[in-house]
Design a protein around this ligand. Structure first.
Ligand code: FO1
Length: 313
């Protein structure tokens, strides 16, 4: 019996796009998506999990396609009123999106785990595949910049990624436990592939890899591990990946991302524009269009990734 379980590691908007593509070509029971929680933070007294919500909205067809985050058909009465009261309105919370944060915060305070809450929200949103937080323990990405240490959302949203980054750490990662079902999936005989989605390696994937035992479990899993480059022709599709690379002294390019993942990769999908980079890349390289604008793009890239993984079995 062919192994059937696909485990995807996802963060940010690029991750959510490929996760949606995978969800369209796989039976729901065969797809497990592990979400980065390093971007999570407490804001206005609310527990906010952006990468989980970006995934949920994309999988439920509720995502705001222009922004890439938050919900479509949003209204902003809460934000407008909060601003008039002198509240912090730099992190935009739409009225519908707000309900997710309020209800998640309420249930966390009652002692429910982030995994259990996420599973219930996905059920209520009729999302088939399982969305799993990488851990139920707090992990917070922090960045040492020219303007001092910054929490992730302060850097990413309030300061619009402007400060030059010198170092990135994941506070809490060493003490956190990887979500148990995540580790169980990595040990499963039914594992068909581990897919590292086209997310920012530093802020969306490495928090997941920083959890105790995760890198070792991925390195020793019996399924092919395949990543999709988030960089096309030296530029990030969206977000600060290339800028971060330059500031960290790394040449922005598909090859540099592969180097970040080290010996974890069996396969690597890079954009057709980056064929020249294929030559000196360690893992088996597949060239394909990796820009996902339409739903068909998402599905096509998901098929390319799974075909490449199956060819490596
Ligand atoms: N990103 C922004 O650039 N500006 C925002 O005001 C903003 C609000 C927001 C609210 C909820 C949510 O789930 C995500 C939100 N994001 C916003 C995106 C978020 O900062 C990023 O998606 C991740 O943290 C990095 O991928």
């Amino acid at each position: 019996m062919m192994p059937n379980l696909v485990l995807a590691l996802s963060g940010g908007i690029g991750g959510a796009k490929l996760a949606l593509g995978l969800s369209r070509i796989l039976p729901a029971r065969d797809l497990l998506i592990v979400a980065n929680t390093g971007d999570d933070f407490e804001h206005l007294g609310l527990a906010i999990s952006p990468d989980i919500d970006t995934l949920m909205y994309a999988l439920a067809g509720l995502d705001n396609q222009e922004l890439g985050w938050g919900r479509r058909d949003e209204t902003w009465s809460f934000m407008e009123t909060l601003a008039r009261l002198g509240g912090a309105d730099w992190f935009r919370l739409g009225d519908r999106d707000l309900a997710v944060h309020v209800e998640r915060t309420r249930r966390l305070r009652l002692g429910e785990t982030l995994s259990a809450i996420t599973a219930d929200f996905c059920r209520r949103l009729s999302i088939g595949p399982r969305v799993l937080p990488m851990s139920d323990d707090p992990v917070r990405t922090r960045l040492r910049t020219e303007e001092g240490w910054l929490d992730f959302q302060d850097y990413f949203v309030r300061l619009r990624c402007r400060p030059r980054v010198r170092e990135i750490i994941f506070t809490g990662a060493a003490e956190a436990r990887a979500q148990p079902d995540f580790l169980t999936a990595l040990l499963s005989e039914q594992l068909r592939a581990v897919v590292i989605c086209p997310s920012n390696p530093f802020i969306s994937v490495e928090p997941i890899l920083a959890l105790p035992g995760v890198r070792a479990a991925i390195a020793s899993c019996q399924a092919p591990v395949i990543a999709v480059s988030p960089i096309i022709a030296g530029r990030a599709v969206k977000g600060p990946t290339a800028k971060m690379m330059i500031e960290l002294g790394i040449t922005p390019g598909a090859a540099s991302v592969a180097e970040r993942y080290g010996n974890l990769l069996d396969g690597y999908v890079i954009d057709s524009n980056d064929a020249a980079e294929a030559a000196n890349l360690g893992p088996h390289v597949t060239l394909a269009p990796t820009l996902m604008t339409t739903l068909a793009d998402r599905e096509r890239l998901a098929s390319v990734v799974l075909e490449a993984a199956d060819a490596l079995r």
